[in-house]
Write a protein that binds this ligand. Structure first.
Ligand code: HT7
Ligand code: ZN
Length: 844
């Protein structure tokens, strides 16, 4: 397969003014008629007329009304065109019903829908399918189905047809069409300039009762974007559609967002607090794309982080505003460390703006999204809030309607602030997680902090340069009083010292407050100092992180030599758990342990080979120690977290449930699941029901509840996904793969449905000790099913292959088993380009 390079970018040869599409929908023989007004691009370097097209049957083509026979290949169409504006027309046939890749036009439960990002439009018709070609689309849909939707505003409709017009020029990846037997949850919104917007969430009949929360989230997002970024909505209508078969969370198509039903449908009985929070964030994310992605799009797919990093940053800010900044920042850091640091440490490491790709779908990664957002956060911290706001205003004013680049983005900040961002720009091109080493000195009232940075090499990038790293920093005295409030130190060199004078005694430093940069801090610190920061740090992130470092240290000692947990940790935890001045959600986070995979990586960082079984044993033992240490206050604390009255998904009630359920997990290790069984029986919402079932399964109980759960929820696909996933997640290491295998034989296991496939195999990947069981059954099962899935859905297969991305960190036996599994996948005849690229990089 061909590798595409950022350095090879050339402008499009032809630009599009307008596009008229007519869809005559039929399951296996949909006709798509296109009428596209092209004009030569004055900035072009070539005059070749080349349209992308895949899996299309060309029926006819014309230029300016004259029929022609173009040169058609499996990837597109080429023909001779006038050196002046012209009209290209084509009629093609496609088969949505047999499209299991869920890219282009496909069917899900009798409904037609599209997914065009990144390069799916070329499976709908011949077109210059690249984001820097933007056209004004008019779409006519012909079908007997009652609801016919597309981008923009509705213009006309009749019996069996509807027309839509989108006045905003857009790239083809933002095109969308939906046709189905759907019902809507309607509402309206008036923008701050007085424009009335009709809002709809469209769902399958029966799901109407699960839309209210999503609609509120949408209205909150619209208000927030006006208030915080000054951005208004720009069409008369905003539609959201829920689809069961979907490769990712949701898609920001102009005026017609399409959502994985798991990312929009929620009711207290069927969705957990975590689901509600995720839905609110995804609705916000897709809505915010209307400006950061749609009005200003990307010049090419290498610039993906331009829209994704910024939009993730915006949705994180939104969630922080809705639910509390501290807990949100900690949760984001947990995700970043668990997934992005893992990616950066392995064979799939790549820069936030990659230099090359084979299949762009493989670059919708935590690095592009989450590290991309971290870069924006660092920029904001470095320039300050006011300058950030000024720069964003300039960005929207200067680039509205553009297909922009990272250089454009940084130039806006340079112009708005006068700052030279040459060195800062390296964050976009240099892969890998910087390690920042801390050295501290205190003499004669002067505290000296020396920071040095080093980024390990990553595939294809041996040499690394120093980055600009904002280090938020504060000092405490030994009473726990803050003697130096947070200030931002700028680490720009390989090594740099910062001094603080006139101190009466040796201070305790709080470094990298608020997780001010996506780096690994390497600091030799005693557990007494960590416990001090856990007790006294005024920065909530570092307070939590001190507890996290204590936990990791305890776990490493337990793995290495079965040590008993340090009392500094257990005592510190007990104080936090009981501290009513701390928000319950925060206390729940302090009680949570690093993941087993985090512990494995911590061992790798010490040049040790991790043993997943030993890590599992240590984690289980530590949970029991914590439960025993908290034994006395547990029942009272648990009772205090009872939320009475009607279920509310808002942060306060959810935080209480989160702490209550963390305590329940501990209690179940002491009472044999008595309290959990009681909670299961009494639960009136999914958060409580699922947490109780989880607690029971984790201690090897709960089979009756598991069956009752299936009986109660067999009609609900999203809830049954939880049922499938939980069993694999809670299985003991030697039972995880067999549990997953048994579930693949369950009549409700549908491999074509990505949510169901991910429920089982995503859980197997996350069950570290189970996946890495020394027998190798986890690896074999994963490989068997990825090979089967690849023939149907390459995109989801390629994402799941990343289960093997840590293979090089393990012992030779596990390594050779994983390598063999990867080689077996690689050797599969007709393996997709997506999976081939991933396996090649993994085997690297
Ligand atoms: N911009 C979207 C990314 C995307 C996608 C979504 C659904 C299915 C396939 C997809 N490929 C790429 C989602 C987002 O970031 O908002
Ligand atoms: Zn996005």
């Amino acid at each position: 397969p061909q590798t595409i390079y950022l350095k090879d970018y050339t402008p499009p040869a032809y630009l599009v003014d307008s596009v008229h599409l007519t869809f005559r929908l039929a399951p296996t023989a949909t006709r798509v008629l296109s009428r596209i007004a092209f004009r030569p691009n004055p900035d072009a370097t070539s005059s070749d007329f080349l349209l992308h097209g895949e899996d299309l049957t060309l029926i006819s083509a014309k230029i300016d009304g004259a029929p022609l026979t173009p040169d058609v290949t499996p990837t597109g169409l080429r023909c001779t065109v006038p050196n002046a504006p012209f009209i290209f027309e084509a009629e093609v046939e496609i088969s949505p019903e047999t499209n299991t890749a869920l890219e282009g036009l496909y069917m899900s439960n009798g409904m037609y829908c599209t997914q065009c990002e990144a390069e799916g439009f070329r499976k709908i018709t011949y077109y210059p399918d690249r984001p820097d070609v933007m056209g004004v689309f008019t779409t006519r849909i012909e079908s007997d189905l009652p609801v016919l939707l597309s981008n923009g505003n509705p213009t006309d409709q009749g019996d069996g047809w509807a027309e839509w017009h989108d006045p905003w020029p857009k790239p083809a990846y933002l095109f969308a069409l939906v046709a189905g037997d759907l019902v809507n949850h309607p509402d309206r919104f008036t923008t701050r300039s007085g424009k009335h917007v009709a809002l709809n969430i469209w769902v399958r009949p029966g799901d109407e009762g699960k839309c209210a929360f999503g609609m509120e989230a949408l209205k909150k997002s619209m208000t927030w974007d006006e208030d915080v970024y000054g951005r208004e909505y720009d069409l008369d209508i905003f539609n959201i559609v829920a689809v069961d078969d979907f490769n990712m969370g949701a898609m920001e198509n102009k005026g017609l967002n399409i959502f994985n039903s798991s990312a929009v449908l929620a009711s207290p009985e069927t969705a957990t607090d975590a689901n509600f929070e995720r839905i609110e964030a995804i609705i916000a994310h897709e809505y915010f794309h209307n400006w950061t992605g749609n009005r200003i799009t990307c010049r090419d797919w290498f610039q993906l982080c331009l829209k994704e990093g910024l939009t993730v940053f915006r949705d994180q800010q939104f969630t922080g505003d809705m639910r509390g900044d501290a807990v949100k920042r900690i949760s984001d850091a947990v995700v970043l460390r668990a997934h992005q640091f893992r990616e950066d440490n392995g064979p799939l490491a790549h820069p936030v703006r990659p230099d090359s790709f084979v299949e762009i779908n493989n670059f919708y990664t935590v690095t592009v999204y989450e590290k991309g957002a971290e870069i924006i956060g660092m920029l904001k911290r470095l320039v300050g809030d006011d300058a950030y706001a000024k720069a964003l205003d300039l960005y929207f004013a200067r680039h509205d309607g553009d297909a922009a680049t990272i250089e454009d983005w940084l130039k806006v900040f340079e112009d708005a602030t006068g700052r030279d961002l040459t060195q800062f720009a390296k964050w976009y091109s240099q892969a890998g997680t910087p390690r920042v080493k801390v050295h501290e000195d205190f003499a004669d009232g002067t505290y000296t902090l020396t920071l040095s940075q080093h980024t390990p090499s990553t595939p294809g990038q041996d040499h690394k340069e120093p980055l600009v790293i904002p280090v938020a920093f504060g000092l405490l005295n030994d009473n726990g009083d803050e003697i130096l409030p947070t200030q931002v130190l700028e680490l720009t060199k390989a090594e740099q010292s910062f001094t603080f004078d006139n101190l009466s005694s040796r201070p305790i430093a709080s470094i990298l407050r608020d997780f001010s940069a996506p780096v690994i801090l390497q600091r030799a610190q005693t557990n007494v100092e960590r416990a001090f920061l856990l007790a006294h740090d005024t920065d909530p992130f570092n307070k939590w992180d001190a507890g996290r470092m204590l936990a990791q240290d305890v776990l490493l000692r337990m793995v290495r030599d079965d040590a008993t947990p340090d009392s500094a940790y257990l005592d510190g935890l007990a104080v936090v758990a009981r501290d009513d001045n701390l928000a319950p959600a925060f206390r729940a986070l302090v009680l949570s342990l690093p993941t087993e995979d985090d512990t494995a990586q911590a061992l790798v960082d010490c040049d040790e080979i991790p043993d997943p079984a030993a890590i599992y044993t240590a984690h289980e033992a530590l949970k029991l120690h914590i439960a025993q240490h908290l034994q006395d206050p547990l029942p009272r604390l648990y009772a205090e977290m009872t939320v009475s009255g009607l279920y509310s998904p808002e942060a306060e009630a959810a935080g209480k449930r989160s702490l209550g359920n963390a305590l329940l997990m501990l209690m179940s290790r002491l009472d044999g699941g008595k309290q959990a069984a009681q909670q299961y029986t009494g639960a009136d919402n999914m958060t409580q029901q699922l947490a109780a079932l989880n607690a029971l399964l984790k201690i090897g109980k709960g089979q009756a509840e598991l069956q009752a759960f299936a009986d109660q929820w067999q009609h609900d696909r999203l809830v049954m996904d939880k049922w499938f996933g939980l069993q694999v997640a809670c299985a003991a290491p030697d039972a995880a793969a067999t549990t997953a295998e048994k579930l693949t034989r369950h009549p409700d296991f549908e491999m074509k449905n990505p949510n169901r496939f991910r429920a089982v195999f995503g859980a197997l990947k996350s069950n570290a000790a189970g996946f890495h069981d020394p027998s190798g059954v986890g690896y074999d099962l994963m490989a068997d099913w990825l090979i089967k899935l690849d023939a149907l859905n390459p995109q989801t297969t390629a994402r799941m292959v990343s289960a093997f991305d840590t293979w090089k960190r393990y012992d030779t036996d596990r390594q050779s088993k994983m390598r063999a599994a990867l080689q077996r996948i690689a050797a599969t005849p007709n393996l997709s380009r997506d999976t081939t690229e991933m396996v090649t990089r993994l085997l690297g």
